[in-house]
Write a protein that binds this ligand. Structure first.
Ligand SMILES: Cc1cc2nc3c(=O)[nH]c(=O)nc-3n(C[C@H](O)[C@H](O)[C@H](O)COP(=O)(O)OP(=O)(O)OC[C@H]3O[C@@H](n4cnc5c(N)ncnc54)[C@H](O)[C@@H]3O)c2cc1C
Length: 385
């Protein structure tokens, strides 16, 4: 087992950090409503970050999952919202990369790589996401001659306002359950996007509802087979949830650094920096331990996904613990700022708002626990045989 990063990995990490230092760190414009920083996304595209995960044979950077993780951690140190929109591409194109035909990949991945294009992963509906596997989807696909007619809405969809392509999960109209995956280009008649949602945090990321009103798509826009949608969604989310662990790692380090800086400057009655008080030292000890545990777990989970086909347990555990650590550590670091932490200028309150989303999107804690419990219970049964 070798935890040392290769020279290439280190260079990629350094390149990501330079971008963050130049454009994201302390950029308070990234925290405003109705201001999607398209110029910065264009720069990120020009430097190869946005399409880094697209296989090189289709014009992308051909970066591995591990390299995406390294980059996402750096970007999350700078701004979580920007990281969400910039790295969502991996999730949005995962159905195409794994389950698409050669013609589909050639057509759509080359298009996305050619210029700054966003793609969205459209799973959640206004009726919710958590129980979509067990309730009938409200978005439907009606089979007609030569293709399908799609009707329904997808809600809280990242990059929906700016996407050129939507990966949409819908129920076949003549069936009570099951999901099927379709590609829907933005320019088709009947595709309508609402005004972006105003959010508590991660404001540099776009999030909106997209509506499909009698949208005709040709047969060739079906991904995989009828009713294979749940499998496609789960496979795609597996990789992306490890990315959330990496984003948690980035934001935890930023929160720690801000808190350390404050505690070095704040003095006790005796004139010593509060960071040398035992209670404060112990808090930083726990934060460091959690950060390094999370790093090891993110790397291990990534290795499992790249080398073993399964990895569901690891990706859900990564998302569960990453989201939780990010929430706990950003809040703890706000406490360590005292009253200043509550003020907007401290920046730490933004990190708390941004990090809260890591617990919610791509499945709440309950969803991750259900996935983990499923594996844990099956394992126990086997060992008792
Ligand atoms: C900013 C943002 C960006 C997003 N981006 C995307 C995106 O790009 N694509 C996409 O498809 N979705 C996206 N989402 C949706 C997100 O994935 C869901 O909001 C999330 O998975 C939670 O689902 P829900 O909102 O339906 O919660 P609900 O299902 O309404 O759950 C409410 C509460 O009940 C609990 N609960 C519900 N059902 C159960 C159960 N059976 N057992 C135990 N507890 C349960 C949940 O854990 C939660 O605490 C985004 C959301 C936000 C806020």
């Amino acid at each position: 087992m070798n935890f040392e990063l290769s020279t290439e990995n280190l260079e990629w990490k350094k390149k990501s950090r330079s971008f963050v230092d130049e454009y994201l760190i302390n950029n308070r414009n990234l925290d405003s409503h109705d201001n999607f920083p398209i110029d910065l996304y264009k720069k990120a595209f020009d430097e190869g970050f946005i399409t880094s995960m697209i296989p090189s044979e289709y014009g992308g950077g051909g970066r591995s999952l591990f390299e995406s993780i390294l980059s996402a951690e750096e970007f999350a140190y700078g701004d979580l919202g920007f990281t969400t929109s910039a790295f969502l591409m991996r999730l949005s194109i995962a159905p195409l990369v794994k389950f698409g035909s050669e013609e589909q990949k050639t057509k759509w991945l080359n298009m996305i790589s050619s210029d700054l294009h966003f793609a969205s992963f459209c799973f959640t509906e206004p009726e919710g996401s958590t129980n979509l596997g067990t309730r009938p989807a409200s978005t439907t696909a009606k089979k007609v001659e030569g293709g399908y007619i799609i009707n329904g809405s997808k809600w809280t969809i990242s990059n929906a306002s700016v996407a050129s392509l939507y990966t949409v999960f819908a129920r076949l109209e003549n069936q009570d359950s099951g999901l099927t995956c379709f590609l829907i280009p933005r320019e088709l008649e009947g595709v309508k996007v609402d005004k972006p949602h105003k959010k508590m945090g991660q404001r540099a990321a776009d999030t909106a509802q997209v509506n499909f009103v009698n949208v005709f798509i040709p047969e060739e826009n079906l991904i995989g087979r009828h009713n294979q949608g749940a499998q496609i969604a789960l496979h795609s989310l597996k990789q992306s949830r490890v990315g959330i662990g990496a984003m948690a790692l980035g934001v935890c380090q930023r929160a720690r650094d801000l808190a350390k800086n404050h505690c070095h400057q704040r003095l006790t009655g005796e004139g010593n920096p509060v960071i040398y008080e035992q209670d404060v030292k112990f808090q930083f000890a726990e934060i460091e331990a959690k950060i390094e545990m999370l790093r090891s777990f993110v790397y291990r989970s990534c290795w499992e996904l790249e080398n073993n086909n399964s990895g569901t347990f690891f990706s859900s555990a990564c998302k569960l613990m990453g989201g939780r650590f990010a929430f706990e550590i950003t809040n703890q670091c706000l406490d360590l700022h005292g009253g200043k932490g509550y003020l907007v200028d401290s920046l730490i309150e933004k990190l708390v708002r941004d990090a809260t989303l890591l617990k919610i999107y791509e499945g709440t804690e309950a969803v991750q626990k259900l996935m983990i419990a499923d594996k844990a219970i099956r394992q126990t049964k086997r060992s008792l045989k």
